[in-house]
Design a protein around this ligand. Structure first.
Ligand code: SF4
Length: 442
């Protein structure tokens, strides 16, 4: 221990530039990371969330494979853990593979191959965030743009049902409100609107804040659709908002040269869900008869967008894919992980890069008491804690490289900066070992 700290003290500090932050969907790719020995000692350009991930990645770390739940768990070797996982998979009639938001596209592809080889189901975490955006996009299409276009051109920024100051802290500085673009020089050339059910920290920077009643997004969007088409509203208020205020917003939208509507789970996961997003898409459609307008979902985890992309390349469907008939089927509300779990249909739950015990509904999580659970994760999470087999893996974008997709579907290459702890492999390597043993495509 003393020897290793002396070696670290003597190690030369090196700097890695253009590092992609693998925390939120902004995937900021301008981080400068200082490394001494095999330890990250400083990170420049990251926000507090990104900085915390890089500097505290070894806290609460899962360092050994384990078999057995919670307090009865015992440490085993990697090959023993893989043997148990392969046996469980071979004896399973309908395994469900879930997660994929915090790993690379390469790992996600292997997860899809495993599900196909075993005739199981596979789903990603977008079912609990922007699943409704996917459904609405399939109905109507998304009128969208890259964050680079927003930085260079957008003079009206609307944040609806999202709070980037706290959830995507560099979004406004790097891509929207404060960003110095080619044609727009920064904050003074942009107008900012926040629509939410409460005055969030993001609302403090807005030129116009519209506070709507919880659950009334659809009504407010419908009213705006009428106003931008110069139709009269025969009421004084909609969703708790005075019509005069909505008229002000409609005028700002029509007068913008390039507007963007960023929307979050406040829109997608409140009453109306995909119908809310459809209303937002229709509003943007009408606006495009008068000016240029786009909408972009604020995606949460750094590669949840990549999960949708990879699912689509491989199966034709972005989420909730079932292979039980030997070909991919997509039936939202039936082949969705929450529904499969709630109906108690799957007989094995295999989690990669996610913590469903913390974020899925209680009735879905309850079924995990009845079936084996396998987890691949760098950290000890509540899901790892209740897993029958947990295998530690390296951090994507810190200890292993990999491809990820930013929230606007721009692909980026996340770098390897330091080595993982001894004996810990990437999830790609662990999934390959398992796939080889169950006889899947490689
Ligand atoms: S905004 Fe997101 S991607 Fe950018 S540094 Fe912060 S956590 Fe990382």
């Amino acid at each position: 221990m003393i020897a290793s700290s002396i070696i670290e003290e003597e190690a030369v500090e090196r700097t890695v530039e253009d590092v992609v932050c693998t925390f939120c969907g902004c995937c900021c790719d301008d981080l400068i990371v200082s490394v001494k020995g095999n330890r990250i000692v400083d990170v420049r350009n990251a926000c507090a969330l990104g900085l915390s991930k890089f500097l505290h990645m070894n806290e609460n770390r899962l360092l050994k494979p384990k078999i057995g739940r919670s307090t009865s768990a015992k440490d085993v070797s990697l090959s023993e853990a893989v043997d148990v996982v392969v046996d469980l998979l071979k004896n399973s009639c309908y395994p469900l593979f879930y997660g994929w938001a915090c790993t690379s596209c390469e790992a996600i592809l292997l997860g899809l191959d495993l599900a196909e080889a075993l005739g199981g189901a596979v789903d990603n975490t977008s079912i609990v965030c922007h699943g409704p955006t996917i459904l609405a996009g399939q109905e109507l299409g998304l009128i969208t743009a890259t964050l680079g276009q927003i930085k260079n051109r957008a003079d009206l920024i609307i944040y609806w049902g999202c709070n980037p100051v706290e959830a995507h802290p560099r979004h406004m500085a790097r891509y929207s409100v404060y960003a110095r673009g080619r044609f727009i020089e920064g904050r003074r050339m942009r107008k900012v609107v926040v629509v939410d059910v409460r005055r969030t920290p993001t609302a403090r920077v807005a030129d116009l804040f519209i506070e709507i009643k919880p659950g009334y997004d659809y009504e407010v969007l419908s009213a705006l659709k009428m106003l931008v088409r110069d139709l009269d509203l025969e009421v004084d208020e909609v969703g708790g908002v005075a019509v005069s205020k909505l008229e002000e917003l409609a005028d700002m939208m029509v007068e913008a040269r390039f507007g963007v509507l960023f929307f979050g789970t406040g829109l997608t996961m409140s009453r109306g869900k995909d119908k809310n997003v459809e209303a937002a898409i229709e509003l943007v459609r009408y606006l495009n008869f008068k000016t240029k307008f786009v909408l972009i979902p604020m995606r949460g985890h750094f590669n949840v967008t990549g999960a949708n992309e990879v699912f689509t390349w491989r199966t034709g469907y972005p989420v909730s894919v079932d292979f039980s008939q030997g070909y991919p089927r997509y039936l939202p509300g039936e082949t969705t992980a929450v529904d499969i779990l709630r109906r108690g249909e799957c007989d094995l739950f295999f989690v990669v890069a996610s913590d469903p015990v913390s974020h899925l509904p209680r009735r879905a999580v309850e079924h995990l008491n009845n079936i084996p659970v396998v987890a691949l994760d760098p950290k000890i999470t509540p899901t790892v804690y209740i897993s029958d087999v947990a295998i530690p893996v390296a951090y994507t974008g810190i200890e292993v490289e990999g491809s990820v997709y930013r929230m606007d579907t721009v692909p980026l290459r996340a770098k390897k900066i330091v080595d993982p702890p001894q004996g810990i492999l990437s999830d790609v390597d662990v999934l390959k070992m398992i796939l080889e043993r169950v006889g899947g495509r490689m």
